[in-house]
Design a protein around this ligand. Structure first.
Ligand code: PGA
Length: 251
């Protein structure tokens, strides 16, 4: 089912599998219409199924990554690239190692950088000069996009951020203990994200239903960072029916 809500094209899919297929179709359409696209990739649990589908599409020659440049949305800080919890590792493990993308076309904020402010400044310049054609986003339980936690300014560029307690708790599921979860990160800012030509946000699971409703029906406010997407001219949101349950009740 497709609806338009506050300027956003919203698709509510039957389940996570269909959500993943729909998101992969959106990315495929971008890649096929512009084979040298710059694509902003996101980590987290939600995009894993989409990336699996893209790997299948690449193996079956439905999509070609050879002209694609990838810019990752965020990375923990500090973290070694070789750490299996780093987003550098995640992206390679879940997508880049399995498709024909060129290794020198992968850009991820450097969690090993000595000078964190310089790293952010250079990453921002690089992203801005290239220009992102399609930015993929997940949604945090607190409404964050990238690691732009509530109260992030809408004018923010790539920066170093202390993570919210709720984000650390949500990420703890990937670690052995709370203590091991990184407490800070590097992230594209809201402005960096909003400069992308197109945005695809994917939202899955019942625990996201309340925040999803706020994004599409609530005020545009830094307290709910993803609400800013209402101001972007080309956003596609794909939800499964658990995440979309409260939206469906209102339409
Ligand atoms: P998730 O994370 O896909 O693991 O739920 C989304 C996010 O925090 O951006």
């Amino acid at each position: 089912m497709q609806i338009d809500l506050n300027n956003i094209k919203v698709f509510i899919e039957e389940d996570y599998d269909k959500l993943s297929k729909k998101c992969a179709e959106v990315i495929k359409a971008q890649m096929n219409s512009k084979p040298d696209s710059n694509i902003g990739f996101a980590t987290g649990g939600t995009p894993v199924g989409t990336y699996k589908e893209l790997i299948r599409m690449n193996a079956e020659k439905e999509v070609d990554f050879s002209g694609i440049t990838a810019f990752n949305l965020d990375e923990y800080y500090p973290i070694l690239k070789s750490d299996s919890q780093s987003y550098d590792y995640f992206m390679k493990d879940n997508l880049f190692n399995h498709v024909n993308i060129k290794k020198d076309r992968l850009f991820i904020p450097n969690g090993e950088a000595k000078d964190v402010d310089l790293e952010c400044e250079e990453y921002e310049k690089h992203v801005m000069s290239a220009g992102v054609d399609l930015q993929i986003l997940g949604l945090g339980l607190n409404g964050h996009i990238g690691f732009n936690e509530p109260e992030s300014v809408f004018t923010g560029k790539t920066h170093h951020v202390n993570l919210d307690e709720s984000t650390i708790n949500a990420n703890a599921r990937f670690f052995n203990s709370y203590e091991e979860v990184p407490k800070s990160a590097l992230t594209m800012g809201i402005k960096t994200i909003m400069m992308a030509k197109k945005i695809l946000i994917m939202i899955s699971g019942e625990n996201k239903a309340e925040i999803a409703e706020k994004i599409f029906f609530g005020d545009i406010t830094p307290f709910v960072p993803a609400s800013v997407l209402q101001l972007h001219p080309d956003v596609t949101a794909v939800l499964d029916k658990e995440a979309g349950s409260r939206i469906m009740k209102r339409i």
